[in-house]
Write a protein that binds this ligand. Structure first.
Ligand code: PXP
Length: 237
């Protein structure tokens, strides 16, 4: 059975829209744990557009399930990671102008830098996962670099038309998943997964961890809004 990591970045996105104290991703992490989350995932971006240093510091102290830090191979964040020591770091590409992580990390093209970051994180006792497209060359490199896990980018699958196109993307992911497991690396997946499209990914042979954010936070707003309005209505009337 796949473990579920909840990406709580968007809780911080709403907070940052007003630069206030609520909603607090630290509270969200506790509620996610109560709901049965196996992990809490946050992305400390270079521009700190949602999760910030304070969030990471407190989450490190309060999260009792696996804390997974998504991060770029950028010096400042590598230093913070080595100091903070989350259970796992997931290396992702990062561009300032992107709305969200757009593609997998090119570990093949920047092998030397990625190898150095992996070594520093592993030396600090942090398991390293690489966020990769389902591409043979990238997966081979991940094995050479002795990554602990590979998180397959499911974005193309999520965006594909349901039917033949989506099935093809699923087969590509399943084949990539098999080579990852053959290489002795833990298989993770994430990006764009929703209540409608998650099942075929969760049932890929050997799937160990799924990281899901947007769809769960979006649903939380919808299932919670009615109660929130009732509470305010009682106060004003
Ligand atoms: N995995 C990685 C590596 C990501 O960068 C993201 C988005 O931050 C996710 C999973 C979660 O994606 P989504 O928010 O679309 O569920």
């Amino acid at each position: 059975m796949a473990e579920l990591g909840i990406n709580i970045d968007h809780v911080a996105t709403v907070r940052q829209a007003r630069r206030t104290y609520e909603p607090d991703p630290v509270w969200a992490a506790a509620l996610a744990e109560l709901g049965g989350a196996d992990g809490i995932t946050v992305h400390l971006r270079e521009d700190r557009r949602h999760i910030n240093d304070r969030d990471l510091r407190i989450l490190r102290e309060t999260v009792t399930v696996k804390l997974n830090l998504e991060m770029a191979c950028e010096e400042g964040v590598v230093e913070i990671a080595c100091r903070t020591k989350p259970a796992q770091a997931t290396l992702v590409p990062e561009r300032r102008e992107e709305v969200t992580t757009e593609g997998g990390l090119d570990v093949h093209g920047q092998q030397k830098r990625v190898a150095e970051v992996i070594r520093r994180l592993q030396d600090a006792g942090i398991a390293v996962s690489l966020f990769l497209d389902p591409d043979g060359k990238q997966i081979e490199t991940a094995a050479e670099l002795k990554a602990d896990a590979v998180e397959l980018h499911t974005g193309r699958y999520a965006l594909a038309e349901p039917g033949a196109a989506q099935q093809k993307e699923l087969e590509t992911l399943a084949a990539a998943g098999a080579s990852i497991r053959r290489a002795g690396i833990a298989l993770h997946a994430g990006h764009g997964l929703t209540y409608r499209n998650v099942k075929p990914i969760a049932t890929i042979e050997g799937m160990h961890e799924l990281n899901i954010g947007h769809s769960i936070i979006a649903r939380a707003i919808m299932v919670g809004l009615e109660q929130a309005v009732r509470e305010m209505k009682r106060l004003v009337s």
